[in-house]
Design a protein around this ligand. Structure first.
Ligand code: ZN
Length: 215
């Protein structure tokens, strides 16, 4: 059982985009960003390439190997729900602030890290984690090319809570926004929901389908 917690999830998209949320009632899902030249189409990852990710286990509970394994388990669930392939590239010393600016050239892997509010301001208050991705536009189509998940090392204190937070933030990384329904894990507030709900799963599958062939 996930203990009821007052922790809030916060989604952060590290790009300057106009806010976009399309709530679809029952089952509920919403996308963080819409394609600028294709109304209704979500911004997400290229379905034909694996989403590379790395883990900085500093501040996580347990050993580094255990922290990495917990992330890999959560990623496997998101991969299955979405159809996206992920590739773990190893541990890193990269910190969340290093992921704020996207330099020209190849984008770095998605960073999964633990931090405290004195390092990552967005974790202040009752925030359990943040997650989001950065897009690049090519040929009038936007793709996410990197992203980050940061778990609050102080607020996430048991394994079930951590797992639910990881799944939620990875949902943001793929392109899901918050929804009002408390049946969904993409609800903004942790309310005892442990697993993806029906809308979450439909939204993830929709994101993973992709509507543009990769070139
Ligand atoms: Zn959130």
């Amino acid at each position: 059982m996930l203990l009821l917690s007052a922790a809030l999830f916060a989604g952060v998209v590290a790009v300057s985009a106009t806010g976009f949320g399309r709530a679809v009632p029952d089952p509920a899902y919403a996308f963080l960003q819409e394609q600028p030249y294709a109304a209704g189409e979500p911004v997400t990852w290229r379905p034909c390439e694996p989403i590379r990710y790395e883990v900085n286990p500093a501040h996580a509970s347990g050993s580094d190997d255990e922290a990495v394994a917990r992330v890999q388990d959560a990623v496997a669930e998101v991969a299955e729900a979405s159809g996206f392939r992920f590739r773990y590239v190893g541990t890193t010393a990269r910190r969340p602030a290093d992921a704020d600016q996207l330099a020209p050239g190849p984008a770095p892997p998605v960073l999964v890290a633990w931090a405290r509010a004195d390092e990552v301001e967005d974790l202040a208050g009752e925030v359990a984690g943040i997650g989001g991705s950065v897009s690049r536009e090519q040929d009038r189509w936007s793709w996410y090319v990197t992203g980050r998940v940061v778990l609050d090392a102080d607020a996430v204190d048991d394994a079930d809570d951590e797992r639910a937070t990881l799944l939620h933030e990875l949902g943001h990384v793929l392109g899901l926004d918050h929804v009002d329904s408390r049946r969904e894990l993409m609800h903004a507030q942790s309310a005892g929901q442990e697993d993806f709900g029906p809308g979450d799963l439909e939204g993830l599958a929709r994101l993973g389908k992709g509507t543009q062939a990769c070139s």
